[in-house]
Write a protein that binds this ligand. Structure first.
Ligand SMILES: C[S@@+](CC[C@H](N)C(=O)[O-])C[C@H]1O[C@@H](n2cnc3c(N)ncnc32)[C@H](O)[C@@H]1O
Length: 244
């Protein structure tokens, strides 16, 4: 069921990604990742490849893996541009993909994915294990009492000239996307396997979730016109066990 909804969502998803606040959020996530040549980077739930595109522009020498359960999202990601040879997109469920991956990635990112997970603590724990010690994860996820109209209004105000007209003409597509989003919220609630699934977050709740998953939160702040939270965490390096 969730595959079907995500595949449908893919049809109108680019309209959401084009919103100015979404673009700003992607820029913030890309910049917080601080990627450098040779790093192994995993993007969990890469969708149509909008973050990957930024990373490819900023540092094409990274080893990027984008994973997503929706073939329709991935098809759009693959077509988005000519990717550097070290960029790969894989279809699959995150929990399966992360199984057995330990100490592998320098960076892990997700944008608007945590709220969809049936057991976010478990999936985040797998991500933490997949990070090498000292590695960093960056997540953006809708905040508690998310207000879509704030994002749309900010977009309309920020667009100039014919772009504003195009944004106005695109409102019906956004409405369809909003209705699909409601179905996805419902579906996520039904598929929940853990108490904190399908949730939108307050800062302290998100910090506690990531800490419970074994990572060490460093920064949490609003993004996406104040409608999402951006969290940066690292995987603590093991302390030397010797007592002298
Ligand atoms: C709201 S979209 C965000 C896409 C992309 N991160 C972006 O910001 O443009 C969520 C994405 O996560 C994917 N997804 C959700 N749960 C997943 C899971 N358990 N395993 C793999 N992909 C998943 C969906 O297919 C969808 O493409």
């Amino acid at each position: 069921m969730s595959h079907l909804l995500w595949n449908l969502y893919a049809v109108c998803y680019e309209r959401i990604v084009r919103l100015l606040p979404y673009q700003e959020m992607l820029d913030e996530v890309a910049s917080a990742l601080e990627v450098a040549p040779g790093m192994r980077v995993l993007e969990a739930g890469c969708g149509t490849g909008a973050l990957a595109e930024r990373l490819a522009r900023a540092c094409p020498q990274i080893d990027y893996a984008g994973v997503d359960m929706s073939e329709a999202m991935l098809a759009r990601a693959r077509r988005r541009r000519a990717w550097p040879p070290t960029f790969a997109f894989t279809a699959g469920n995150l929990d399966d993909f992360l199984t057995g991956q330990v100490d592998r990635y320098d960076r892990i990112a997700s944008v608007n994915v945590i709220w969809t997970l049936p057991d976010p603590r478990n999936t985040l724990a797998r991500m933490t294990a997949g990070l090498r010690p000292g590695g960093r994860m960056v997540h953006a996820t809708p905040r508690f009492a998310f207000r879509a109209w704030v994002v749309v209004w900010r977009d309309l105000r920020g667009q100039k000239g014919w772009r504003r007209l195009r944004a106005l003409l695109g409102l019906p597509v956004l409405l369809c996307a909003g209705l699909l989003n409601l179905l996805l919220v419902l579906q996520s609630a039904l598929a929940a396997r853990a108490p904190r699934a399908g949730q939108r977050w307050h800062e302290d709740g998100l910090v506690a979730l990531v800490r419970d998953a074994g990572a060490r939160p460093q920064v949490v702040r609003p993004c996406y016109a104040g409608q999402a939270l951006l969290l940066v965490a690292d995987r603590p390096a093991p302390t030397s066990g010797g007592t002298g």
